[in-house]
Design a protein around this ligand. Structure first.
Ligand code: PTJ
Length: 260
């Protein structure tokens, strides 16, 4: 049973998120290394101020447009994503007609089935990439992430990845795909290689992406409108802005000498 976290605790949201991770670990969704990965994410979240920054909002705008304007989009789900934000992942897939595919670095059938169960409980229809369904390979990628579903990531035009280790994005791009990455670390290989890098916490990104997609749908944006948004987006500039923002915050904090 998770312990009680007082309403007044200043780090309540962060602690509740940790509880989800721990529950996900106990339910075999999350790899042991997933807990460590989250800790690294938390450190970067501190640096950006634990909010969705302006550069991240621009990336979310572009990502929503790309997902809506693409025929074959796939949302790649790993253990951390399944534990932290299963309902939002399913809603986003439905709104953008994207497929859901399980893709794991620490692949094992019990974890695939546990993640599939959580996604189904959250309302998912088809979940790709489970067991033998992950029968295709990403060329030259030797890790387990290279195993993909021929109906999903293998033939996708756009793949959304969150909390990735650094070896897959580069290979997906070599296959001619566009990659949207959600990664709190703007220096990571994933963030550096992706065409759209959302430097923010996945738990804030998913609802923000859903909201943006809904607003484009409500405004009846045409394919041309969406493509224009994607074309105007420059990931190098946005990553640079994210790093400058951290730099500025740290400089201000260093001058003040206090944080709280
Ligand atoms: O479930 P599996 O088997 O696919 O394994 C997943 C992990 C996360 C263990 C695996 O992909 C891994 O080892 O990832 P890394 O190399 O630790 O990278 C994870 C990246 O995600 C780091 O750059 C973190 O800063 C970032 N990150 C961590 N938590 C969050 C995050 N980004 C966004 N939101 C978070 N909550």
């Amino acid at each position: 049973m998770p312990h009680e976290i007082p309403e007044s605790h200043p780090r309540r949201i962060s602690l509740l998120t940790r509880d989800k991770l721990i529950a996900g670990f106990n339910n075999k969704l999350i790899a042991t290394a997933g807990l460590i990965a989250h800790g690294r994410g938390e450190a970067f979240d501190y640096l950006i101020g634990e909010v969705t920054t302006k550069p991240a909002k621009r990336s979310i705008d572009a990502a929503a447009a790309l997902l809506l304007s693409t025929e074959n989009a796939v949302i790649s789900v790993n253990g951390n994503v399944a534990a932290l934000t299963p309902e939002d992942v399913v809603v986003l897939a439905r709104l953008t007609a994207a497929a859901l595919e399980i893709n794991l670095f620490y692949r094992s059938l019990p974890r695939e089935l546990a993640i599939q169960k959580v996604l189904k409980a959250a309302g998912a229809g088809q979940v790709m990439g489970v067991g033998k369904a992950a029968g295709a390979l990403i060329p030259h990628l030797e890790s387990e992430r290279g195993k993909v579903d021929p109906r999903g990531i293998k033939k996708a035009d756009v793949v959304l990845v969150a909390l990735e280790d650094g070896d897959r994005t580069e290979h997906l791009i070599n296959m001619g795909k566009k990659v949207i990455a959600i990664d709190l670390n703007p220096f990571s290989r994933t963030a550096q290689y992706a065409q759209i890098s959302i430097v923010d916490n996945v738990v804030r990104v998913m609802p923000a992406l859903i909201e943006r997609v809904r607003s484009y749908l409500a405004k009846k944006f045409t394919q041309q409108d969406l493509e224009k948004i994607v074309k105007a987006y420059n990931n190098k500039t946005i990553l640079g802005n994210s790093i400058s923002l951290i730099n500025r915050r740290l400089t201000e904090l260093a001058q003040k000498g206090v944080f709280l």
